[in-house]
Ligand binder design. Sequence first.
Ligand code: HEC
Length: 199
Amino acid sequence: MNNMEFNKLFAALLVAGIIASLSGFIAGQLVHPEEQSEFAYVIAEAEAAEGGAAKVAMPEPILALIGAADIERGKQIAKACAACHNFEPGGTNGTGPALAGVVGRDKGSHAGFSYSAGMKDASGSWSYNDLNHFLWKPKAFVKGTSMNFVGVKKPEDRAALIAYLRSISGNPALPSEADIAAETAELAPVVQEAAPAQH
Ligand code: HEC
C-alpha cells in the first residue's frame, strides 16, 4: 500500500466513521424525545396506579354508628341531595326519585321514576350496607347509574345521613350484631388502612 492509497483508505474510514457516529447521533436526537415522553407516560401511569391502590377502595364500615348517629346532622347533610331528591312523605320525584321510605325499599322501584338500566337491574332492597356503598361512591356501586353525585366521603357523615333516611322510612330495625359482624368481615381491611387517618 503506498502512501496515496493509505490516505484514501484512511479518509474513507474517517468519513464512514463520521457518518456512522453522526447518524447515530441524529437517530438518538430523533428517537430520544419520543422515548422520554413514553417513559414519562409510563411513570405517570405507574404513579396513578400506585396512588389508586393506596386510596381506600371500599367504604369504611358504618353500621355500628347508625344507632347513635345524629339525625339532625344527617338532615343537614341531606341538603346536598335536595337539588335532586324530595324527602317528604309522599313526595314527588324530581331529577332523582323521592326518598321517603327508601330504607328497605326495592332498588329502582319508586313509582313513576324513570331509572337507569343499571339501577333497574340492581338486585334486592336498600339495606343499610348497600346504602353505605352507594352513598360512598354511587357510580362504583351501581354501574351506569344516572345519579351524578360524587359521594359522601366521611364515614360519620354517611352514618348520620343513613340515620336520617331511616327516620323517614318508618324507623326499621337497626343493624343486628350479625349484620355488623358481616360488615366487619367484608370491609375489615379498610378499617386497618383508614384507621390512622381517622385520628
Ligand atoms: C344531581 C342529582 C342527584 C343528587 C345531588 C343526588 N342524587 Fe340520588 N339519585 C339521583 C338519580 C337521578 C337517581 C336515580 C339513579 C338511577 O336510576 O340510576 C338517584 C337515586 C338515588 C337512590 C336510589 C333510590 C331508589 O329508589 O332506588 C338513593 C338511595 C339516593 N339517590 C340517595 C341520594 C342521597 C342520600 C343523596 C345526597 C347525599 C343523593 N342521592 C344525591 C340524583 C341525585
